[in-house]
Ligand binder design. Structure first.
Ligand code: ZN
Length: 145
């Protein structure tokens, strides 16, 4: 008799969730707070950062990209500056205008790189942000401690 026998076949969803590519559904509160603080301290310019996930499904870290030039119009992501790091899952940047929907340039970036993208808007309070997937569709991220 085998020591371990799965009682049933795993569903596709369960199969997918075994891999690090599965959907991000949560963000650590301290990461969100750091993003909002960065947005506020860079205002009226934009800031750009990178999101990392070391815990499957959860955004656990953010790092500022060296060489990212913040301007009034758009954070210029220097993605070639990134370390080769499989925990990197997406981007975050601020919109000093306060609008938290993606611009055309943002959508182009989202389509080409990363799986989760956060936009933060003035005045950078707890509700002044939204997350988007590759297609630019809004994604609900649960804030967790
Ligand atoms: Zn933008």
């Amino acid at each position: 008799m085998p020591l371990f026998r799965p009682s049933r076949k795993r569903t596709d969803e369960e199969e997918k969730s075994r891999f690090s590519t599965h959907t991000l559904r949560k963000i650590k509160r301290n990461v969100l707070n750091s993003l909002l603080t960065s947005g506020a301290s860079t205002y009226p310019n934009e800031f750009g950062g990178i999101l990392r996930s070391e815990d499957p499904g959860v955004v656990t870290d953010m790092l500022l990209i060296p060489g990212t030039t913040a301007g009034h119009r758009h954070a210029n992501f220097q993605l070639y500056m990134l370390p080769v790091d499989l925990t990197v899952v997406g981007t975050a940047h601020s919109h000093p205008s306060g609008a938290v929907h993606p611009s055309e340039e943002d959508l182009t970036l989202f389509r080409h790189w990363g799986r989760i993208h956060i936009i933060l808007g003035f005045p950078f309070k707890g509700w002044c942000w939204k997350a988007y997937n590759n297609s630019g569709d809004e994604v609900k991220l649960e804030v967790v401690d």
